[in-house]
Design a protein around this ligand. Structure first.
Ligand code: PGA
Length: 277
């Protein structure tokens, strides 16, 4: 797990967008797992800027959203479908056929969830999964106690999550209590994961996810089992990390990796040159 600590919310978005854009340049038909919530907005803003100013091409990109509230019509102002169109899809050249957001209006949940997993598989699996983190350490809507092997399914939200999300609804009683969410197991299947976090309220969750024991009490801690995770946190969200100095040390040294490799190549060429002639 690589931990990148940056100054503030905007830098979190820039760093995460750089990772996603780099992956898109390597693989134009990248399969991206997307998250909603306040934190990823700066990432989407930056991706939109890269598209408008630098021509970042979304035409072949395939997206799968993590979750959706149960019971909200697709075009409800607070649905995650609406959120994604507002913050990303309307401003980039994505093919609407490549967009997948779980439906919040399903009658046969089990069948729907299985078919969502099937669609991800048929697309070749998620290449890069973007994640936010809840105050209780949830990723997607995998609340504490969720199985770390869980797949896409229906979840009951905790009171804390309902309270956190009520700020976005005119009437707090309207906040859905259930959601369809990819499971922790589904998330862990992604080839690469980028988790973004900002602000003091996330500090404990980030400390538990990065340095705590792996536990279903903080489902983000399951990411410790994944070989390719980058946590991008701002100073406030990173403020309870004990090994902060080490993360900065790794990051600063990583910048020199290219120099070391180039030096090795030069040395190798020099030796080859000597051997041959
Ligand atoms: P937030 O939500 O970015 O709005 O804080 C994160 C989450 O609950 O996953």
């Amino acid at each position: 797990m690589e931990v990148i600590i940056v100054k503030g919310y905007d830098e979190v978005g820039k760093t995460a967008a750089d990772i996603i854009a780099t992956a898109m340049l390597h693989k134009p038909d990248l399969v991206v797992g997307l998250a909603t919530g306040t934190t990823p907005i700066s990432t989407y803003r930056e991706l939109v800027r890269k598209h408008k100013e630098g021509g970042l091409d979304f035409s072949k990109v395939i997206t799968f959203n993590l979750d959706e509230y149960l019971g909200l019509p697709m075009h409800h102002p607070q649905s995650y479908y609406t959120f994604m169109w507002e913050h990303l899809f309307k401003d980039v050249n994505i093919n609407p056929e490549n967009i997948h957001v779980p439906s919040g209006q399903i009658l046969d949940h089990e069948r729907f969830c299985q078919s969502y997993e099937g669609e991800i598989r048929r697309a070749g699996g998620v290449d890069v999964q973007l994640l936010g983190i809840g105050r209780d350490g949830h990723v997607g809507f995998n609340e504490p106690g969720s199985s770390l092997y869980s797949r896409t399914r229906l979840k009951t939200l905790t009171k804390e999550t309902v309270e956190d999300n009520s700020r976005l609804f005119d009437n707090p009683h309207e906040v859905p209590r259930f959601a369809v969410t990819m499971g922790v197991g589904t998330i862990l299947d992604a080839r690469q994961v980028v988790l973004v976090a900002s602000g003091k309220p996330k500090a404990q969750a980030i400390a538990d996810a990065v340095e705590g024991p792996i536990s279903s009490m903080c489902t983000a801690s399951a990411l410790q089992l994944h070989p390719e995770v980058t946590v991008v946190a701002d100073e406030d969200a990173a403020s309870l990390l004990k090994r902060r100095e080490y993360y900065d040390w790794v990051r600063n040294n990583k910048r020199q990796i290219h120099e070391v490799i180039e030096k090795q190549i030069r040395e190798r060429l020099r030796l080859d040159h000597k051997e041959w002639g």
